[in-house]
Design a protein around this ligand. Structure first.
Ligand SMILES: Cc1ncc(COP(=O)(O)O)c(C=O)c1O
Length: 389
């Protein structure tokens, strides 16, 4: 760690012990220029003036954009404060970011370990990898079963906490084991956000996330990112972005950067309320399978408390039947029945409706927003009572 960390992209320095809130509001801001805005507006450009030799930084809009650059500096600063040489690349979505790592790092004949209980699009990725002759092994997130299938693997993919089951695995332990065998490690950090967990500090080679969720937090932007410190590996990820063209629009990138300024406020509010909601749900007899890594008696809590600084805004639980769960969702007044998570407005859904997760029919994934905690908890308790019969 350095004594001081560069305030992204401009050479200004933040003191080493800068708090998360300060870091979030300043992340990625350029050097102040008289009469210019603090955060420059989105640069809408398909191409840039380019006389002579075609050298960077800005040539063509699929390769680079100044609005991405500022956002990438902000994300690198949050994922790896004070660490030199960490690069971030932004993408059109979380899936674009995930695919960029997997498809840029793996070749025919390689083996990769994926979670069998992760985000529900991973099986689609698995099928695609297999058509390219890549061996895909799977293991559940909790319980260290990854160790049994690591032998000879090129890449270990971890999603912790997992979506939607909220299991947690020991990133440092798994990363050490994977590295001992020469495997790379990527962590999907979507649910935790960089304020909840820093996979690169725990030994991962890549921290990857959907910025669509709590990072941007308003349910109006799709975004993804990859961070890493291995220059060669990141060059391959960048090249993949260029080939596939999975790039964010400048407006989305700018909205994301603007939203990051309130990341710590949102995360702290939402995560505190998530714990309060989990505690209230624990008292309800119709609720089973309650999971929240921040609950001291949650099966994930021990490892989570070692590697996470905040436990996320998602709570999951099961109601007795599908019909009961549907009645509950219908009865909520402050919570939208919608997919995704991490937004300032609470959402919840019966996850089984998609058919992709191995969950009971009455399983609810609940994303806690920024409402007043007492209002939200009261709404949930009232909806539980109303949906009982
Ligand atoms: C853990 C996790 N990773 C990745 C993704 C994909 O992100 P996006 O929808 O931005 O492509 C999601 C989406 O829900 C997710 O929950």
């Amino acid at each position: 760690m350095n004594d001081a960390t560069t305030d992204a992209g401009n050479g200004r320095t933040l003191p080493d012990r800068t708090g998360d809130g300060t870091r979030a509001v300043r992340a990625g801001l350029p050097e102040p220029v008289k009469h210019e805005p603090t955060l420059p507006g989105p640069v809408f450009a398909a191409h840039f003036h380019l006389p002579g030799d075609p050298t960077g930084p800005y040539t063509y809009g699929r390769d680079e954009n100044p609005t991405w650059t500022l956002l990438e500096h902000a994300i690198a600063e949050l994922e790896a404060p004070g660490q030199d040489g960490v690069e971030a690349l932004v993408f059109a979505s979380g899936m674009a970011a995930i695919s960029s790592v997997l498809f840029s790092q793996l070749r025919a004949g390689d083996a990769v370990v994926l979670p069998d209980d992760g985000y529900q699009a991973l099986p689609l990725v698995r099928a695609q990898l297999e058509t390219y002759g890549i061996e895909v092994r799977t293991a559940p997130t909790g319980g260290d079963a990854q160790l049994e299938v690591l032998d000879g693997a090129k890449l270990l993919w971890i999603e912790t906490p997992s979506n939607p089951g909220l299991d947690v695995c020991d990133v440092r332990r798994l990363a050490d084991a994977a590295h001992a065998q020469g495997a790379l490690v990527a962590v999907d950090n979507t649910l935790a956000t960089p304020l909840g967990q820093r996979p690169l500090e725990l030994g991962a080679n890549f921290a990857v996330a959907s910025g669509t969720k709590q990072l941007t937090g308003h349910g109006d932007v799709l975004l993804g990112y990859v961070t890493g410190r291995n220059a060669e590996a990141m060059a391959a990820v960048r090249r993949w972005r260029k080939i596939v063209g999975a790039i964010p629009g400048p407006m989305e990138a700018w909205l994301a950067h603007r939203s990051i300024a309130t990341l710590q406020l949102r995360v702290d509010r939402q995560n505190t309320t998530a714990l309060a909601l989990a505690q209230a749900l624990r008292e309800r007899p119709e609720v089973t399978g309650l999971r929240y890594p921040g609950l001291p008696d949650d099966p994930s809590h021990k490892i989570a408390s070692q590697q996470m600084r905040r436990y996320g805004c998602v709570v999951s639980f099961t109601l007795p039947t599908r019909a009961h769960a549907d009645r509950f969702l219908d009865a909520l007044r402050l919570v939208d029945d919608a997919t995704s998570f991490g937004g300032v407005r609470s959402t919840a859904e019966r996850r089984g409706r998609w058919g992709g997760d191995a969950v009971p029919e009455g399983f609810i994934r609940f994303s806690v927003g920024a409402e007043d905690p007492e209002d939200l908890v009261a709404d949930v308790l009232r909806a539980l009572t109303a949906s009982a019969s």
